[in-house]
Design a protein around this ligand. Sequence first.
Ligand code: SF4
Length: 366
Amino acid sequence: MKKNDIIITYGTHISKMVRMVLDKAELALSIPKNARIGIKPNLVVAKTHDSGATTSPLMVEALIQYLQEHGFYDIIILEGSWIGDDTKRAFSISGIEKVAEKYKVPLLDTKDDTYCKIQAGPIEMEISKTALDLDFIITMPVLKGHCQTKITGALKNFKGCLSDKEKRHFHTLGLHRPIAYLNTVLHPGFILMDGLCGDLDFEEGGNPVPMNRIVAGLDPVLIDSYVASAMGYEPDEIDYIKMAAELGVGSMDLEHANLMVLEKDTCPVKTIRSRKVQALAKAVTEKNACSACYANLIQALARLEERGLLSYYKKHPVCIGQTFRDQSGNSLGIGSCTCRFIHSVPGCPPATADILKGLLTGLNTK
Ligand code: SF4
């Protein structure tokens, strides 16, 4: 796998999806023999995966199965939840504790670890000694929003390897700069991102949006640039992505990324429980849309709402879904299923950035 590769697959059959992605990436070939491997999920809070906050235990299980089948047994799962939560509770409630027991993989609450003071550029940081001593880290962030940094993905996932004191320090420094510098010290050997069900705008969940995708790569800057774009932001709107790129951690150049889509999403939209997402959905007429397509539209609508521009579409909803195939229409259509509409955003599924562009153009021409 090359540094500018991004592998994406859509669907709901999680273990099959993980296996496809790992086989495509030929992960086993890039791990040194006898390596001590760390799996770093995102368990920022003690919640289940469907809250939109934490990494799916089924993804962790499929990864461990793959590693053990390829002869890698020196594995540890490590995480330190945010200051307000107990990591051990998070291991248990997320279901990852059961997976760890089943495959005899030890769990480490980094809050119990010893820390090394490491100079990362101008910032001295307390980082978990275990994390620093690993030969190969597989980071498993969740594709989701964040109330301060707009998004959270691979770069920010290493925050769980800090002491609680250091997490506080990061907040006093405004998060972006220290996150960028942290990534000059800790480097993922592989990024296996859970894009199955992330939160629209909070890292602790509450407004989950099923996005039905798994994303993998080697470059945390590139993967986070993809996350930004999937959530309707330009990568350079996220300061820590820009700073990490400037520090040489990776590349923001999505245009020259080698995007490999293994399987498309064909799963119908699930009922959305979050009130916020339901409010956004008032701007949509949905008929048999695929989940990933619908999720991209919801993300674009959320960005539109942030700019105070959603009201027009609440009166003139956009159309999305396979029922619109072969139909014509005057509303804005989303995706190739609406290609006979007068105005339609192409793609199957269309990218969030393109949907946002289409929504903004629709407002300018109304
Ligand atoms: S364009 Fe149609 S078929 Fe393609 S992802 Fe969207 S709803 Fe599904």
